[in-house]
Design a protein around this ligand. Structure first.
Ligand code: ADP
Ligand code: MG
Length: 304
């Protein structure tokens, strides 16, 4: 019995198709993937079926070569595959490994809401966090927090209050926590607090302010980045930060912070606003922070 490709060649010859077309079809049939497919499916394909499927074989080779050359194919991100359908050859398109990885990455990213956060820390991970003495305790606490969130999701866990000098990697570590939580389907909102404060002030006369705080306050994990770097304001302290933290505490929702200030320094900062010295109001905020987090120092070189 003649091989399928021989039969096909004979068919092409018989039809005396124009030379150009014949050349294309010849190249198609000689393609090693097509050859393998025809050999593997020798029993389920007859000559008529192959003849009728010529355009599909051609489509397969054309698309496959495009993908291989790094060009965008008929359906970007998908790779062609020969299949048998109703006794004929057809091309099915399957997502490429790169597309699957990209889709998973997008799903992960959607679990972290970042408001005014730098792009550079979006890919942060524990794996890439190098351990130095000044940073070890913070990394350990971060890993412990993630483990607790994943293994005991139904009880409250204190978040981290990371403090230390500018550029030591506090924000990076919080972002790494958010990414690790995303892997386990836990959603996080990360907010650069000083920018939020400025935006809030700009929107003071609109309802947008209330909506904004509302949408943030109930995030499964909330991270307030750089608190204490906003310009002092009684309104931001009491009606924005105070309201957010009160809610987090009542609902027992995990909350993390970064700051250049230790707890003691933050208390002093919060005591002094445009309305003068109000230590009791500062103490009230600090109580909520104490309830929600554990204070951890991060030290080391400035990495910027
Ligand atoms: P901080 O919040 O303490 O001021 P950042 O977290 O913003 O500091 O870190 C400062 C810079 O160093 C950023 O550009 C960040 O991407 C980078 N960085 C911090 N930690 C790491 C790390 N472990 N690996 C790679 N880059 C890091
Ligand atoms: Mg920071």
């Amino acid at each position: 019995m003649k091989s399928l490709s021989d039969q096909f060649a004979a068919y092409m010859d018989r039809r005396k198709l124009n030379e150009n077309y014949q050349r294309v079809i010849q190249q198609t049939i000689q393609d090693s993937d097509v050859q393998t497919f025809l050999q593997n499916n020798h029993d389920s394909l007859n000559q008529a079926a192959i003849e009728r499927s010529a355009s599909k074989l051609y489509e397969f080779v054309r698309e496959k070569n495009k993908v291989r050359a790094g060009k965008s194919g008929l359906i970007p991100g998908y790779i062609p595959k020969l299949v048998i359908s109703n006794g004929l050859i057809d091309v099915s398109y399957e997502p490429s490994a790169a597309l699957i990885a990209q889709q998973q990455n997008t799903a992960l990213k959607q679990r972290v809401t970042r408001v005014n956060m730098p792009k550079a820390i979006e890919t942060a991970s524990f794996k890439d966090y190098d351990i130095t003495t000044g940073r070890k305790q913070a990394l350990m606490a971060a890993m412990e927090f993630v483990k607790d969130m994943i293994t005991k999701p139904n009880i409250f866990h204190k978040g981290l209050y990371l403090y230390g000098a500018f550029g030591v990697g506090k924000t990076y570590l919080l972002s790494a926590i958010a990414n690790e939580l995303a892997q386990s389907n836990i959603q996080t909102a990360m907010i650069h607090f000083p920018t939020l404060a400025v935006e809030m002030r700009g929107a003071i006369s609109t309802n947008g302010v209330v909506d904004r705080i509302d949408s943030l306050k109930s995030a499964p994990v909330l991270m307030l980045d750089d608190i204490g770097a906003e310009s002092p304001s009684a309104w931001i302290r009491d009606d924005v930060l105070g309201v957010l933290l009160q809610y987090r505490m009542q609902e027992q929702l995990p909350t993390c912070f970064t700051s250049n200030f230790s707890w003691t320094e933050l208390k002093t900062f919060l005591s002094n606003s445009n309305k003068g010295n109000e230590p009791i109001k500062a103490a009230r905020i600090m109580e909520r922070i104490h309830f929600l987090s554990q204070e951890i120092s991060v030290a080391g070189e400035n990495r910027r």
